[in-house]
Write a protein that binds this ligand. Structure first.
Ligand SMILES: [Zn+2]
Length: 673
């Protein structure tokens, strides 16, 4: 392909993909499959790598992130971000409407009702159709500049559509995490032995403050825009402005889905509230109420603002869905890491459209705080969380014979006294080498898809093999014999040979996944990958000192401590030596190792611009292969800035200010010899 043709194709693909993105996220009317979309994106990615000079800022490939933000700059809002006054009852809503009728006496007044998204408020500025900054609400006057992270969100346009958008426009809206994405993230955290996040809203807000935008991109946040500020908006009604903004590419509330509706009477407003109070649980995301606004924009201006909120809008907050039921018993679950979590077993009751039999009690402190006792009539609530929680006790129904609940002191599975480390909320069973759920949990983690991927050794089969004494730990898997397996009632010839084949095959699983499979606390997939790359083999990790460990990328104190703790345990080493003897991969493969050196060890690089012999990714990979570290932005700790063609002036300036060496591609090559 000639450069001219490539440029043309890149431009075509960018337009086509952005159009599909718009149809998918804004119109909810996709015209191609996800697979087709991915194929086009892949084609674009390849072309951009080959011809980085044609990379367009609005390219959808720019949403995959990768830039690192160390500190989020605090930025003053051009227009303050007000928060809405809240109301919790119909009377308060009626009062609000009456106040408006008293101020505007001689005109017809119309309202809009919209969903109140349970997320993080954001203010995004567009100049000449390009997204230039995205700032959090903060204290309403000043917020954090999180532009890099917001750009990864597919439902936020990077470039506006059509040509009639205002030259400068500020879009305000809410970034949220869909429930489905929330569940996926928590499932992964569980697999990594990390505590799950509490609810989608907190997860969204934490995600937006992450330093690595590639992780932000992977979390699949979404956004709705519901307010716009510009000098040159000609629409007179909020409702029409939402429709107009949709044409410009913004994802605004959809009237067809009843996410927004015009209302003229109090009855219509209440009917909107009642509808969503019931239907909200069917939405793919959380809402916590309804927002009522005066529709006519000049009337909004007449009404104005109090010190904190607009006088022309109010939020009606839903009451958390609540039910009352009896607490029959409290049971305790022991996880792979030994963490003990209490679960309340309830008399089944209807709540928010589902039958609830169990509720979360979090930990011992929570039980004590609520003073929940067996036999109590308890209140349960469903908020953003998947499992409902107990929020209180109906003391009027408490039996006079009831006694305070005593938290278990011994592991419910192995009777070992539980421990609770200072500063930790949960109790742990320290008996990691004997406690059955911990042993089984470690094995299932080891065989899971993202680890050793041994098909046929799922939870049930592990349970069976464990209970019949065939396996006690992960090394025993490689000792399994055909005759042993055939003697089990449930194992047929075919499945036995499939299983043995899968076990044999797992010996080819690369080092980083083996490392993850070991289930060292805090060593999840990403950390395992970083460790494998940095240390190259298990021996180096085993022998590394605390400070050597923390020198590796993304390895902090907590992780380093956990790794050292793991290798200090003789039983782990015995197990590991057995796995090594079965020839699992405990070092990087030759392919992964080829061209590696430690010439750049301890040095950090910023890469900027276009290069002639490398694509940017190739150059980054090359630096890492030689033991160097690639960072996204320049700081006093950066050693080199590798400058390509068309490098932005701000990076150069900053490097010069901090006295950081700026080198060319050629000089870099000399550095690695
Ligand atoms: Zn135990």
């Amino acid at each position: 392909m000639t450069p001219t043709l490539a440029q043309q194709r890149i431009s075509e693909l960018v337009n086509e993909l952005n159009e599909h993105n718009y149809k998918y996220y804004v119109l909810s009317q996709p015209t191609i499959s996800d697979y087709e979309f991915d194929m086009l994106l892949e084609e674009l990615k390849k072309l951009e790598e080959q011809y980085p000079q044609f990379l367009q800022p609005e390219s959808p490939t720019q949403r995959i992130g990768g830039d690192i933000t160390k500190n989020f700059a605090v930025v003053k809002h051009e227009y303050p971000m007000f928060s809405l006054a809240n109301s919790y009852s119909r009377e308060e809503v009626a009062d609000f409407i009456n106040r408006i009728y008293k101020t505007i006496t001689d005109e017809k007044i119309e309202f809009t009702c919209e969903l109140k998204y349970d997320g993080v408020a954001i203010s995004i500025t567009y100049e000449n159709g390009n997204l230039t900054s995205a700032v959090t609400r903060g204290d309403g006057e000043k917020g954090d500049d999180i532009t890099t992270n917001v750009k990864t969100i597919s439902s936020v346009p990077i470039k506006l559509r059509e040509n009639d958008y205002p030259l400068k426009i500020i879009a305000r809206g809410e970034i949220y995490l869909p429930r489905k994405s929330f569940e996926i993230i928590n499932k992964e955290r569980e697999e990594n032995g990390e505590p799950p996040f509490a609810n989608p809203r907190n997860t969204a807000s934490g995600t937006l403050k992450m330093q690595n935008s590639a992780i932000v991109a992977s979390r699949k946040l979404e956004a709705f825009m519901y307010y716009f500020i510009s000098d040159s908006i000609s629409e007179n009604s909020h409702f029409d402005l939402m429709l107009m903004a949709k044409k410009w590419g913004f994802r605004t509330p959809n009237p067809e889905k009843r996410f927004i509706q015009k209302c003229s009477t109090l009855d219509e407003i209440f009917s909107f509230i009642d509808f969503w109070n019931v239907k909200r649980f069917e939405l793919p995301f959380d809402i916590d109420g309804v927002v009522i606004k005066v529709n006519h924009i000049p009337q909004q201006e007449t009404l104005g603002y109090t010190a904190k909120s607009p006088r022309w809008a109010i939020a009606y907050k839903f009451k958390a869905e609540q039910a009352k039921t009896w607490l029959e018993s409290i049971s305790f679950q022991v996880g792979r890491t030994g963490a003990v979590t209490p679960v309340a077993n309830l008399t089944p009751v209807q709540l928010a459209g589902t039958t609830v039999k169990r509720a979360s009690l979090h930990n011992a402190d929570q039980i004590e705080k609520l003073d929940v006792r067996i036999g109590d009539l308890v209140f349960i609530e469903k908020g953003g969380e998947i499992i409902p929680k107990i929020t209180g006790v109906d003391l009027s129904k408490r039996s006079e014979y009831s006694t305070p609940f005593r938290y278990v002191e011994n592991c419910p599975e192995c009777q070992t006294p539980l421990i609770r480390k200072e500063g930790e909320a949960l109790h742990y069973c320290p008996n990691e080498w004997e406690c059955p759920p911990q042993l089984k949990g470690k094995i299932t983690h080891f065989t899971s898809r993202k680890a050793m991927d041994i098909e046929g050794l799922g939870e049930e089969t592990v349970e069976l093999f464990f209970n019949t004494g065939l396996i006690r730990n992960v090394a025993d898997i490689y000792d399994l014999k055909k005759e042993q397996l055939l003697s089990l009632e449930r194992m047929a010839e075919k499945s036995v040979s499939n299983l043995l084949y899968a076990i044999e095959n797992s010996k080819k699983i690369p080092f980083e996944r083996v490392l993850f499979a070991l289930g060292i606390r805090y060593v999840g997939e990403t950390v395992a990958k970083k460790l494998a790359r940095h240390f190259k083999n298990i021996k180096a990790i085993r022998n590394a000192t605390h400070s050597e460990l923390t020198q590796a990328e993304e390895i902090g104190e907590k992780i380093a401590e956990s790794i050292q703790h793991y290798f200090a345990e003789e039983k782990n080493n015995t197990l590991l030596n057995r796995l090594i003897s079965y020839e699992l991969q405990f070092s990087l493969s030759e392919e992964q190792m080829s061209g590696t050196s430690s010439k750049l060890s301890g040095l950090s690089f910023v890469v900027s611009g276009i290069f002639s012999t490398f694509t940017r990714d190739e150059l980054k990979e090359n630096i890492e292969k030689n033991g160097g570290k690639v960072v996204g932005s320049i700081s006093a700790k950066t050693n080199y800035l590798i400058a390509g063609e068309n490098m932005g002036p701000s990076k150069k300036e900053k490097a010069e200010q901090l006295g950081i060496k700026i080198i060319s591609e050629e000089e870099y090559k000399k550095l690695i010899g």
